[in-house]
Design a protein. Structure first.
Length: 94
């Protein structure tokens, strides 16, 4: 295996992992908040009263929402990529 093919395989694994997380985020809607990567300028203005902005940076927007299907609604409002935020992790703490 050459370095070029190893880097290609690593890039494909990262892309598949990111796609899986995004799919699970939309399917389960379990996260208490969501990180929108590379938000459009109009996304923050399109958020309704049911959503609150927790933090803003040049590359991300963290949003908490109580509505059902919040991740899908963020996509409808113009989000490019929505990932879960503020999760406790895979193993619950005692």
């Amino acid at each position: 295996m050459t370095i070029k093919s190893a880097l290609g395989a690593l890039a494909m694994m990262f892309t598949a992992w990111l796609a899986l997380i995004a799919l699970v985020t939309v399917a389960t809607d379990d996260a208490p908040a969501f990180v929108v990567l590379f938000p459009s300028r109009t996304l923050q203005r399109n958020l309704g009263a049911e959503s609150s902005v927790l933090s803003v940076s040049a590359f991300s927007l963290t949003v908490a929402s109580n509505e059902t299907h919040a991740a899908m609604n963020l996509y409808r409002k113009g989000a490019w990529l929505v990932l879960p935020a503020r999760l406790r992790g895979c193993v619950p703490n005692p």
